[in-house]
Design a protein around this ligand. Structure first.
Ligand SMILES: Cc1cc2nc3c(=O)[nH]c(=O)nc-3n(C[C@H](O)[C@H](O)[C@H](O)COP(=O)(O)O)c2cc1C
Length: 186
């Protein structure tokens, strides 16, 4: 493959043992040709505050926007809270959508998410998809990766232990890589 697609991966959870951070780690370790995944941590990103923004983006926000802007695409791993996306992720996307350095316009995104419940973060992912429409991001239509029954698929530290899910992550990354390349040259 001629080029490597560089993707940043963001989990919408700050928990050390987060299963969605576990999904991101698994994606970063996946050995898929032509795509490289680097995690971004949201732990230092403050709550959005227009007064703070007026005097200049905080360093963690500058880093978030710069890394998204420089990446070929963004892979999100979203938990589901009360049938929606968590505030941690919404907050990060809100910062990233703002000038200077609006980082989301035209940016390719792929979505995944894990839950101990039975519906695999569908509701949360639908909401993320909808929200990304406003800043003009593009979202990979298929495959969708909804990981349910997490207690069977992750250990207590949030590390992925399930080979089927690992295969699905690799399939998602391969599709994301191909879609970024195809839509770029279209
Ligand atoms: C406030 C709150 C609301 C939640 N609501 C949902 C929900 O609507 N659907 C779901 O599948 N899980 C729900 N959960 C359970 C989360 O899926 C679970 O805590 C998961 O481990 C969070 O992701 P993380 O491990 O990456 O932090 C909720 C958890 C919290 C804390």
């Amino acid at each position: 493959m001629a080029e490597t697609i560089n993707v940043v991966a963001i989990a919408g959870s700050l928990r050390k043992a987060s299963i969605n951070r576990g999904l991101v780690r698994a994606a970063a370790k996946a050995d898929v040709p032509g795509i490289h995944v680097e995690p971004i941590d949201l732990i230092d990103v403050p709550l959005y505050n227009g007064d703070v923004e007026d005097v200049g983006d905080p360093p963690a926000v500058v880093e978030l926007k710069t890394r998204i802007k420089e990446a070929d695409g963004v892979l999100l791993a979203t938990p589901e809270y009360n049938r929606g996306m968590p505030g941690v992720l919404k907050n990060a996307l809100d910062w990233a959508s703002r000038q200077p350095q609006q980082a989301l316009r035209g940016k390719p995104f792929a979505l995944m998410g894990a839950t101990p419940g039975g519906f695999g973060t569908r509701a949360s992912q639908f909401q993320v998809h909808q929200i990304l429409g406003n800043p003009g991001s593009r979202v990979l239509p298929k495959p969708e990766l909804w990981v349910s029954g997490a207690s069977e698929r992750f250990d207590e530290a949030g590390n992925l232990t399930d080979e089927t899910t690992r295969t699905h992550i690799a399939e998602l990354l391969a599709a994301f890589r191909d879609w970024i390349v195809a839509t770029r040259s279209a």
